[in-house]
Design a protein around this ligand. Sequence first.
Ligand code: MN
Length: 261
Amino acid sequence: MFKLLKSPIVLAITFVFSLLVVSCQPNETAVSQTPAAIPSPVAARPVAYVDRTLSASPAQLPPLPYPANALSKAIDTRTMQIHHDRHHKSYVDNLNSALKDQPNLQKLSIEAMLLNLNAVPENIRQRVRNNAGGHLNHTIFWQIMSPTGGGQPTGAIAQAINQTFGSFENFRKQFNQAGSDRFGSGWVWLVRNPQGQLQIVSTANQDNPISEGSYPIMGNDVWEHAYYLRYQNRRADYLNNWWNVVNWGEINRRYQASQQR
Ligand code: MN
């Protein structure tokens, strides 16, 4: 056999045959549909809740932590119902549907999935990004609002805001401005950035700041579905009124959690 392979004719035939084998490989689409092997996912610390990550096996719609009419100082009942029961639910349902043939991905937390999007097959990657992001963002959003919220910030976050932005009023202005400036749909956030500083950032669509290495301390939803029934096109009015329901207790807990490495 060894001697045969050394013959130039046999070598030439072997070469042509190899080319044929390579050109007959399944195309990329077919390859990307095989379940992804996930090489040790990037560890993700909890972001959905201060003490636990968000599960994808299966993803579940968390109940609102208060009645739908409880935030009427800023958000009307109908908007809360449609926002939670339909919009948030559809992110959860669409995520589960995208992951139905992906047992390996279902084992990851939502946070880990968003940090390992390259491990998600290309044909479902955008759906996973949008719907896992939507699930995570809204899970945070309901918690950082409260019927007894509003007023001046309290605790450690009050001090950190003053140190970083000069005053609460300044911070509020910059946060609202970033929310107004977000073109189309997205979110405005107060994050702890990778350098450990507080920073106001805005993300498009359902992206979450963890994708940029930042911890989301608080965020406001500036998609039209979040405010249109009461405020129509007046996003600035919604952004102003929203501070009446901000839950400083929970935001302080998230601020503490953001300091853990
Ligand atoms: Mn929303």
